[in-house]
Design a protein around this ligand. Structure first.
Ligand code: PGA
Length: 250
């Protein structure tokens, strides 16, 4: 059975104290859940939060990014090895904000995926189309291309460490969620791509998350879709009450 996952991508929000408080509030209100919970704070809080989550079997931490390079003279960068040394479990790679704001191409993202896996990190790999692409009906081809160029070079063993997050760019932080049908259709398409490339077994067992204005009021319906295995949550993960409500939406 594939994992159900709810991951909170804090982006560049929350100071260290605010972040620790949020984690405390969420952890102290968790009832026994089968859903895997992931916190993705900034690098500076990663180690502390990983330690706080240590005793919770189904709670993991993720970095929001890592360098494509191993180590060396790259001022300001953080390597996958450094992320792993903070006891993180995951790294988010390919978020649309990284692609647009920091010009990360599919080729660069493929390198980041490789660095992460080399350091035993799992990857939450984001893909998704813009509004003009959807209007031109190019969204399936675009997402396929993103996966082909950044992920589908991986082996049968490696692909098991990847969680794909479908995040239509037009739904991120806009309050506009993809309709249930749009989301389900794309998730089924991605699962089908996995089946074609890696076989049915891998496809059936891979978690595919939805991201883009997922909130307490729509999480239940989204997560009820056949091919949606959870969410990558931005805004609503910054508030314990909302995040807990989403975790409990399964
Ligand atoms: P949002 O962000 O939930 O605020 O739309 C999702 C994301 O960017 O991962």
């Amino acid at each position: 059975m594939r994992k159900k996952i709810v991951a909170g991508n804090w982006k560049m929000n929350l100071t260290r104290d605010q972040g620790l408080l949020l984690v405390e509030q969420v952890l102290s209100n968790l009832s026994k859940q089968n859903t895997q919970l992931v916190f993705a704070p900034n690098y500076l809080s990663l180690y502390k939060i990983a330690k706080m989550c240590n005793n919770y079997e189904n709670v993991k931490v993720a970095a929001q990014n890592c360098s494509k390079d191993l180590k060396g003279a790259f001022t300001g960068e953080v390597s996958a090895e450094m992320v792993a040394s903070c006891s993180a479990d995951y790294v988010i790679i390919g978020h649309s904000e990284r692609r647009t704001e920091f010009n990360e191409t599919n080729a660069v993202l493929a390198e980041k995926v490789n660095r992460a896996l080399e350091h035993d990190l799992k990857v939450i790999f984001c893909c998704g189309e813009s509004l003009p692409q959807r209007k031109e009906k190019a969204h399936f081809d675009w997402v396929k291309q993103q996966l082909l160029e950044s992920v589908f070079h991986l082996s049968l063993v490696q692909i098991k460490e990847i969680v794909i997050a479908y995040e239509p760019i037009w739904a991120i932080g806009t309050g506009k969620t993809a309709s249930l049908a749009q989301a389900q259709e794309m998730h089924a398409f991605i699962r089908n791509l996995l089946a074609e490339k890696y076989g049915e077994q891998i496809a059936v067992n891979s978690s595919i998350l939805y991201g883009g204005s997922c909130k307490p009021s729509n999480a239940k319906d989204l997560f009820a879709q056949k091919d949606i295995d959870g969410g990558l949550i931005g805004g609503a993960s910054l508030n314990a009450k909302d995040f807990l409500a989403i975790i409990k939406a399964f």
